[in-house]
Design a protein around this ligand. Sequence first.
Ligand SMILES: NC(=O)c1ccc[n+]([C@@H]2O[C@H](COP(=O)([O-])OP(=O)(O)OC[C@H]3O[C@@H](n4cnc5c(N)ncnc54)[C@H](OP(=O)(O)O)[C@@H]3O)[C@@H](O)[C@H]2O)c1
Length: 270
Amino acid sequence: MLRKTALITGASGGIGLDLAVLAARDGFDCVLIARNEKKLTELKNVLEKRYQIKAYTFAADLSQADSVSRVLTYLDEQELTVDLLFNNAGFATSGRFAEIDPSEDIDSIHVNVVALTELTKRLLPGMVDRGFGRILNVASVAAFMPGPYMSVYYATKAYVLSFSEALASELDGSGVTVSCLCPGPTDTNFFNRANITLPFQSMPSHLVAFAGYRGTLKGKRVIVPGASNRAMVSLAKFLPRRLLTELTGRIQDPARQEQDTTEEDLAYSN
Ligand SMILES: NC(=O)c1ccc[n+]([C@@H]2O[C@H](COP(=O)([O-])OP(=O)(O)OC[C@H]3O[C@@H](n4cnc5c(N)ncnc54)[C@H](OP(=O)(O)O)[C@@H]3O)[C@@H](O)[C@H]2O)c1
């Protein structure tokens, strides 16, 4: 039987690394993509040794316009076809939109939206021809609401959810399914990179990845891991949009977070 191949973006850490472990454990060869080559090579070595699969690494900065073309060229050179595509790489900027470095916001749109769309566009036709494929796009609970002080990030994830659901509908009956994973706060490097404190209630990355992986293999359209995240998403669907936006803004307001920290610090010093 021909071995199947999974391509995972953002495989150097967090949810992507855990998705790669799950795919390798099931016997899929893995193409690991992220910027950090050293971490990818470490993961490749572990996966090949532990699960007797073949892993390939390709270091790429997905914010760069030619990155997806370079990935495609690499796949051709290695004569690889992709059966499972995990569009997981992503990052957030935080703060007042007017004050965030423009290049950071634009880079995040490239990674979260453009690279995800381009990889899907370039790999989907082959899946449709072969009559089999599984695509997982990683969005967030942020996809269900506007997010003041993380406005671009929330908007990119709304795109990912809308795009995934629409594509899943177009592909009905084709043998190719599209799933969208919408995690709530998850314990990874994500918050560090976004310069925000990890919320008190966060899920372990491997549980989030497992829910996404299992849902993808089953062809589930939208996967929200964790009961409290599902409750939040349900509430978001019913609240008036403006109220929802104000509430999210209050939680994420950097001035408010600073004030909370100061009060907390004072309580400790008393
Ligand atoms: N953690 C959460 O609370 C949470 C909640 C909801 C949704 N999500 C989503 O889950 C996905 C995975 O995030 P995570 O939580 O696992 O965060 P993470 O630990 O920071 O991992 C992010 C991954 O994306 C890769 N990446 C970032 N920028 C990249 C770029 N320019 N080019 C190529 N790869 C890039 C990183 O690799 P390199 O740094 O090596 O490039 C890393 O492998 C993201 O789409 C995120 O938006 C996370």
